[in-house]
Write a protein that binds this ligand. Sequence first.
Ligand SMILES: NC(=O)c1ccc[n+]([C@@H]2O[C@H](COP(=O)([O-])OP(=O)(O)OC[C@H]3O[C@@H](n4cnc5c(N)ncnc54)[C@H](OP(=O)(O)O)[C@@H]3O)[C@@H](O)[C@H]2O)c1
Length: 247
Amino acid sequence: MSLDGKIATETGDARWVSSLASRHYVHTLRARCDAVVIGSGTLRHDDPELTVRLGQDDLIPELRSPQPLRVVMTTSAARLWHARPEAKLWNVAEASTVVAISSASNSNSSDSDFDAELTAIEQLRLRGIQIADLDAYRPEPPTRALMHWLYERGCCNVLWECGGTLATQAVRDRAVQKLLVFIAPKLVGGRTSPTPIAADLGVLQMREAVPLHITRTEKIGPDQDILVEAYLEREEAACPSFALNAT
Ligand SMILES: NC(=O)c1ccc[n+]([C@@H]2O[C@H](COP(=O)([O-])OP(=O)(O)OC[C@H]3O[C@@H](n4cnc5c(N)ncnc54)[C@H](OP(=O)(O)O)[C@@H]3O)[C@@H](O)[C@H]2O)c1
């Protein structure tokens, strides 16, 4: 994000917030991960590849597999498919893709929506894309359901590279434990420019703010982005409203 906490401009342009050195660092992170997760908003805006693209000199000994699994979360496969029928993630020649669907918020869907959904899922499967049915894990929230689905397939180290909508849920549901925040020395402004945590965390009083433990700060590369590494507190001790919801 920029120093004023924006992850894109008001027009949605996000290329690039952080420096080349930070983006290179993210590729080394991806190389150590089993899966990389985004939401369909990021796919629609950015059409990312989410592959590891490192030079010969960057080979990482711990690299577990050639490419991490690429996951995009949506509440509607049909909407996702029609928004970007030629998305880079649909090309599975170099890396595998999973579309993780949680239809919980689509309970008012009509029969025609249902048919469109089945057709889109069929189109995705024909392209070699796996489908994760997150509804099967209810009452787990979708972000945690995805972590279960990934764990059952051997993915233990998962990197969330999503926008603020999904990031809010991942933090609120404690689907993530660690935050890596790249802060670029620039200002973007804009009342509607996206921010890393874009939705409601259930924090009404400042004393309810989600506490973090900062474990590392580091300057990255010549452009002086700052990397902040922080851990979320365990949910029992952390966000009271989440703890209430969970009981
Ligand atoms: N600078 C950065 O580090 C960075 C990183 C990523 C993105 N961005 C920027 O962020 C903006 C996009 O933000 P965003 O918030 O829309 O992205 P996002 O969080 O990646 O995607 C949001 C979408 O995820 C899906 N989703 C959310 N909650 C879900 C749930 N519980 N179950 C299933 N699917 C769920 C929904 O898709 P459906 O509507 O299909 O249901 C929702 O519209 C873009 O401008 C992009 O450039 C910046």
